[in-house]
Design a protein around this ligand. Structure first.
Ligand code: SF4
Ligand code: SF4
Length: 86
């Protein structure tokens, strides 16, 4: 992962992408906000059965290499599931 990427805003000031590092599926409530807002198709809704055969839905990172570092996912997530590079 390139942590030294630097870009520029329209006004010429510097901007540094904050690429996604992880998504804590244990905290996720599967609201879908991050999925709807991600411009790069990085997330996908998944499910698994718990010990009582209940289906548990959660989001996970499936193509994090496509992340452009916009941090939209972190801004809309109500549970603080995301970690990004600083
Ligand atoms: S930082 Fe932007 S591109 Fe990357 S996973 Fe989040 S919403 Fe998608
Ligand atoms: S926004 Fe957060 S809580 Fe909602 S689906 Fe995405 S990771 Fe899960």
């Amino acid at each position: 992962m390139n942590t030294a990427t630097l870009s520029y805003k329209k006004n010429g000031s510097q901007w540094s992408p904050k690429f996604v590092v992880s998504l804590d599926s244990k905290k996720c409530i599967a609201c879908g906000r991050c999925y709807k807002g991600c411009p790069s198709g990085v997330m996908e809704l998944s499910s698994e059965e718990d010990d009582e055969d209940n289906e548990i839905m959660f989001m996970q990172l499936v193509k994090d290499g496509e992340c452009i570092g916009c941090k939209s996912c972190a801004m809309v997530c109500p549970k603080g599931c995301f970690e990004h590079i600083n």
